[in-house]
Design a protein around this ligand. Structure first.
Ligand code: F6P
Length: 365
C-alpha cells in the first residue's frame, strides 16, 4: 500500500528486558530494506523525545545487537511527558510537556513514533495518539502481564534465568538437606514463578493469584521428608502473599508512574518457616535483576524480530494507534485504547496450574 511515511523514530521506555535490541534491529532493518524509510532513535525513552536527544539508526548501528540484552537506546521508567517533573522559579513541579515532544517530532520530520515498552510506555503512546501523533506500540516486559498479547518479549529470557537458578539450587539443597527459596520478579502476576517452577521442578510454587497458607507449605516440607526427600525447593513470586495478608513492598519510587516496587517475600517466608521447621536449614535467594540482564533467549530473539517486522508493516499499512501483539502464535494488532491497564494474571483454574498440581507441586493453598 502506498504511503507518505519517510521517517520513523524509535524509543524504548520502562524497565529494560532482553529482546529490546532485537526489536530495534528488526524495525530498523525492515524500515530501511523493505520500505526505504529513514530511522532515528530517541535516547532514554520519552526523556530523549523531550530533550530531542536523537541517534541516527542505520544498518550499521543495529549490527551485532540481536543477541544482546539491554537497549542501545537506553531507557527510563520515570519520564511521563504528560506529568513531567520540571523546574519552575527554583521549584520542581509536575507539568504536561507533551507539546514539546510533538514539536520535536515535527522539527525532525518524524512521521511515525514506535514506542517499545510496558504499560507505562504504552499509556503515553496512547496519549500521544490521542494528540494526533502517529504511533505504533510494541509490548515488552519480563512479567508477561499484558492482556492484549499472549506473550511479551523478554518473558522467556527471564524464565530461562529463573529455571537455571532453580537447577543450581537443587544441587546445593540436596547436599545440605535444606529448604531453598527462590524469589523471582513479576509484579502482581505469577507467570515467571509458575513457569520456571514447573520447568525447574520446584516442590512449591507461590504466586499472587493463589494466596498461600504457611501451614500447607510446612506440611509439604514434612511430607517430602517422610518420602525420603529431605530437601525442598520453593519458588515465590515477589507479589505472592499469605491468605488474608498483604504483599511485601521493598521501596517506593515516587517519581515512577508505577511507584511500588515489590520484594522481600522470600525473606519473610524463610523467617516464618523457620518458626515451624526445626530439622532443615532454610535459605533464601533473591534473583532480582539477573532476570532482566544478559543475552536474549532464542525464543525472544525470534519473537522480538517478528514484533519489529510487524510494527513496520503496520506503519506501511497506515494502521496507526495500534500495538502489535501475538494471538494463537500469529502476529496481530490491537488498538492502544483497548490494551492499556488490562493486566493478564494467572487463572488458578487454568490448565497450566492444574498440570503443576497433577504432578504434585503445591501452591501452598
Ligand atoms: O516490570 C519488570 C520488573 O522487572 C518487575 O518484575 C519488577 O517488579 C520491577 O520491574 C523492578 O523494577 P526496578 O527495575 O525499578 O527495580
Amino acid at each position: 500500500m502506498a504511503d507518505k511515511v519517510k521517517k520513523i523514530a524509535l524509543l524504548t521506555g520502562g524497565g529494560d528486558c532482553p529482546g529490546l535490541n532485537a526489536v530495534i534491529r528488526a524495525v530498523t532493518r525492515t524500515a530501511i530494506l523493505k520500505y526505504g524509510y529513514e530511522v532515528i532513535g530517541y535516547k532514554y525513552g520519552y526523556k530523549g523525545l523531550y530533550n530531542n536527544d536523537i541517534v541516527p539508526l542505520d544498518l550499521n548501528a543495529v549490527s551485532g545487537i540481536l543477541h544482546r540484552g539491554g537497549t542501545i537506546l537506553y531507557s527510563s521508567n520515570k519520564d511521563n511527558l504528560f506529568n513531567y517533573l520540571v523546574e519552575e522559579n527554583g521549584e520542581t513541579v509536575y507539568r504536561d510537556v507533551s507539546d514539546v515532544a510533538v514539536e520535536n517530532l515535527k522539527k525532525e520530520n518524524v512521521d511515525v513514533l514506535v514506542a517499545i515498552g510496558g504499560d507505562g510506555t504504552l499509556t503515553s503512546a496512547r496519549d500521544f495518539a490521542r494528540k494526533g501523533v502517529k504511533v505504533i506500540g510494541v509490548p515488552k516486559t519480563i512479567d508477561n502481564d499484558l492482556a492484549a498479547t499472549e506473550t511479551t518479549f523478554g518473558f522467556y529470557s527471564a524464565l530461562d534465568v529463573a529455571t537455571d537458578a532453580l537447577d543450581r539450587l537443587h544441587t546445593t539443597a540436596e547436599s545440605h538437606h535444606r529448604v531453598m527459596i527462590l524469589e523471582v520478579m513479576g509484579r502482581n502476576a505469577g507467570w515467571i514463578a509458575l513457569r520456571s517452577g514447573i520447568a525447574g521442578s520446584a516442590d512449591v510454587i507461590l504466586i499472587p493469584e493463589i494466596p498461600y497458607n504457611i501451614n500447607k507449605i510446612a506440611d509439604k516440607i514434612k511430607e517430602r521428608g517422610r518420602e525420603g526427600k529431605p530437601f525442598t525447593i520453593i519458588v515465590v513470586a515477589e507479589g505472592a502473599k499469605p491468605k488474608g495478608g498483604d504483599v511485601v513492598v521493598q521501596r517506593i519510587v515516587s517519581d515512577s508512574p508505577d511507584p511500588i516496587r515489590l520484594g522481600g517475600i522470600g525473606n519473610k517466608l524463610a523467617f516464618d518457616l523457620e518458626q515451624m521447621i526445626s530439622d532443615h536449614e532454610i535459605r533464601n535467594t533473591v534473583l532480582g535483576h539477573l532476570q532482566r540482564g544478559g543475552n536474549t533467549s532464542t525464543y525472544d530473539r525470534i519473537l522480538s524480530t517478528r514484533y519489529g517486522v510487524a510494527a513496520v508493516d503496520l506503519i506501511h499499512e497506515g494502521r496507526f494507534g495500534n500495538m502489535v501483539c501475538l494471538k494463537s502464535d500469529k502476529m496481530c494488532f490491537e488498538h492502544l485504547e483497548n490494551v492499556i491497564g488490562q493486566v493478564k494474571l494467572v487463572d488458578p483454574e487454568s490448565e497450566i496450574v492444574k498440570t503443576a498440581r497433577s504432578i504434585g507441586i503445591s501452591f501452598g493453598d
